[in-house]
Write a protein that binds this ligand. Structure first.
Ligand SMILES: Cc1cc2nc3c(=O)[nH]c(=O)nc-3n(C[C@H](O)[C@H](O)[C@H](O)COP(=O)(O)O)c2cc1C
Length: 439
């Protein structure tokens, strides 16, 4: 695989052609500066900061100093959408002891954080971004005390192999009902805190996303497509009913996870790992019928197949495909879904590997109706003001781009507070050295 710290636009074009990756490219990126309305919200531009957890909250779940620093940089950065990171709605559902946790006791800190984002952005850029809170239950990745305490939808031999998780860690239907109530309550709290919307998180094989493939689970949350999507659909409807009508209810949704059938969602039932959009299309249409206007589309699992979820240049293993093909799966899969539900507004994922080519690729998709917002993940750690540069010059500066080196993930896996070790090194290199042994 070709490893390039700086992929130039020409190199991108060459690789795209050689690999037949099918990624479009537009020289003109001005469409990224065009506004778009979602409900009552006029969004200034098409650039979105994806949900990126820093694992840097206080032990009781409030944003802490590094959290405030990250969002201050994003607020100044000029993106139209800030997708506020995974925020637990139950104590046992936290993915790490420093994951944010919204509840009546921590609400004041969230209020303060949202206000700061809005005020800073208005002062710096002359407009407020919409800020959406991601409400999460970490499911099998729950680690509230720092050691694994999984709460699963079903035992999955792809993960568990011959060592199934004990049955008392499989959530009952009643337990899942309570998770639904907690997600709806999380939506109410997010509204009280001043967020513009809530994301009922359903991606990356956390609880809601794992349920999508619970083909063999008995009861109300397993088996049929209606049952497997019940927690998501009912939490979304519950949130819509419980919140004001200008509050955006959305989901970050995995439409393909790359696990073989019957353990994967959006995966062909023929035993291959091919994307099958049939069930995702049904789900998008159902969500739209229930009043959803905006969805954030993702793929893969960051633990099992990170090359699907966030194509990388350097990582813990040699990916089985070229990373441009991974980017292509996410972006072309997203565009295919958008073609089936053209009125839904869609945010894409997995642009960071493209570096300086990213705004050009995103602009081409947006011009062709492939999606509506360009969502940047790892880039926001490396280059929090990427949007400002794109809006001003139509380009990103190559020396600021994410190099897809996976170090932010490494720190996270080792239990540290995370950010960009390369571009924000004064803050994060010492943390990397402490947690990852200075590798
Ligand atoms: C350190 C780190 C933290 C992340 N935190 C979240 C999160 O809180 N919620 C979420 O939905 N995705 C999270 N992601 C996934 C990203 O939002 C994004 O989907 C992924 O990195 C691919 O996009 P990119 O190529 O632009 O980085 C995280 C990824 C990384 C590397």
């Amino acid at each position: 695989m070709i490893r390039k710290v700086y992929m130039t636009k020409d190199e991108f074009k060459k690789q795209n052609k050689e690999l037949s990756a099918g990624l479009p490219f537009s020289d003109d990126t001005s469409v990224l500066a065009s506004p778009l309305k979602i409900g009552m919200h006029l969004i200034n531009n098409r650039l979105a900061c994806q949900a990126m957890e820093g694992c840097d909250g206080t032990p009781d779940g409030r944003p802490d100093t590094l959290t405030a620093r990250r969002y201050d940089r994003l607020a100044r950065g000029g993106a139209g959408v800030i997708w506020f990171e995974a925020t637990a709605v139950l104590p046992e559902a936290r993915a790490n002891p420093r994951q944010l946790y919204i509840n009546e006791n921590t609400l004041d800190s969230f209020k303060h954080q949202v206000e700061k984002i809005k005020n800073t952005a208005l002062r710096e850029n002359g407009f407020e971004p919409i800020v959406i809170m991601q409400a999460t239950h970490s499911g099998r990745y729950s680690k509230p005390e720092g050691k694994p305490a999984p709460l699963i939808a079903y035992n999955n031999p792809v993960f568990e192999k011959d060592n199934p998780i004990s049955s008392d860690r499989i959530l009952s239907d009643d337990d899942i009902d309570r998770v639904g109530e907690a997600l709806v309550n999380g939506a109410r709290l997010a509204e009280k805190a001043g967020f513009d919307g809530v994301d009922i998180k359903c991606c990356h094989r956390y609880l809601n996303s794992e349920l999508l493939s619970a083909y063999n689970r008995p009861g109300r949350y397993g088996g049929s497509l209606e049952n497997r999507t019940r927690l998501l659909r009912e939490s979304v409807s519950g949130a819509i009913k419980s919140c004001n009508k200008d509050f955006i209810v959305t989901s970050r949704l995995n439409v393909y996870d790359g696990f073989p059938y019957p353990y994967g969602f959006g995966v062909s039932a023929d035993g291959s790992l091919d994307f099958d959009p049939t069930e995702p299309i049904w789900l998008l249409k159902e969500l739209q019928k229930s009043g959803v206007e905006l969805l954030n589309i993702s793929m893969g699992n960051p633990y099992f197949n990170p090359h699907v979820n966030r194509p990388f240049a350097f990582g813990g293993y040699e990916p089985p495909e070229h990373s441009l093909l991974g980017v292509s799966r996410v972006l072309n899969g997203t565009a295919l879904l958008k073609s089936q539900v053209p009125q839904l507004k869609i945010i894409c994922s997995a642009l960071s590997y493209l570096g300086v080519a990213a705004p050009h690729v995103a602009a081409a998709y947006i011009e062709n109706g492939g999606f509506d917002f360009a969502g940047f993940g790892r880039t926001i750690f490396a280059y929090p003001d990427f949007a400002k540069d794109i809006l001003k010059n139509g380009e990103m500066k190559k020396e600021n781009c994410c190099i897809a080196c996976s170090k932010c993930t490494e720190i996270m896996r080792e239990g540290g507070t995370t950010g960009c070790v390369i571009r924000d090194r004064d803050t994060y290199l010492p943390i990397y050295q402490k947690f990852c042994g200075g590798k």
